[in-house]
Design a protein around this ligand. Structure first.
Ligand code: HEM
Length: 183
């Protein structure tokens, strides 16, 4: 099963990298290439989610749940895989709901910030996967410079989680209120 996971992970990583490139091209360039990027973004995002679900399922078949939970490295791998899925799910819903207006005005910046954040997280997922198979890269040295050693369980203080929940609620309320005033 390990070989299957190694093969399958290329699909979400490839689709997520392509979606990020399409968002940058669609957001900052003009012309035919930019038009194609904007028009083709939603199918690529949907494919990326399907590919990610298959890759995640295959990951859980490689090591037993006990082994995954026991190893800080594997825990971090699963955590960042699920975060990547979360960010690109958000992007998919945003692009799907706003359709041809997805890149209008400030919306473009929401897509760009989410895509760049997602890119750094899926790069971390792949990097940790490399550590799991003994193929390390310098990317983890970069993460260490930011204060995180991938061999230690990623830790967020409870107050940060609480602050994130509050920020999420404020954004949701602001979104609902602005929908009301736009009607
Ligand atoms: C989108 C999600 C995921 C991506 C992109 C991803 C990516 C990777 C990559 C790039 C590798 C190294 C493969 C190689 O160098 O050939 C790897 C290995 C590994 N991944 Fe994932 N992974 C994902 C989800 C998961 C999940 C959910 C698990 C759950 C346990 C998991 C468990 C593992 C394990 C155990 C290895 C080491 C395999 C071995 O020992 O041969 N992965 N992964």
């Amino acid at each position: 099963m390990s070989g299957i996971h190694h093969m399958l992970v290329h699909f979400p990583l490839g689709f997520w990298a392509l979606a990020t490139l399409m968002i940058l091209v669609g957001g900052f360039l003009n012309g035919r290439f930019a038009d194609i990027s904007r028009a083709g973004l939603l199918p690529i995002l949907v494919l990326s989610l399907l590919a990610a679900c298959v890759a995640i399922a295959s990951g859980f078949l490689v090591w037993t749940l006990d082994a995954v939970i026991y190893s800080p490295l594997a825990r971090n791998h699963v955590l960042t895989a699920l975060w990547s899925l979360g960010i690109f799910s958000m992007l998919t819903v945003l692009v799907w709901r706003t359709g041809s207006r997805a890149f209008d005005g400030a919306r473009k910046w929401v897509l760009v910030v989410l895509a760049l954040t997602g890119m750094s997280i899926f790069a971390t997922t792949g990097t940790i996967g490399g550590h799991l198979v003994g193929a390390t890269t310098q990317f983890s040295d970069l993460l260490k410079l930011f204060g995180w050693d991938v061999y230690n369980t990623f830790y967020v203080p409870s107050w940060v989680v609480a602050a994130l929940v509050v920020i999420g609620l404020v954004c949701a309320v602001a979104g609902i209120r602005s929908q009301g005033t736009n009607r």
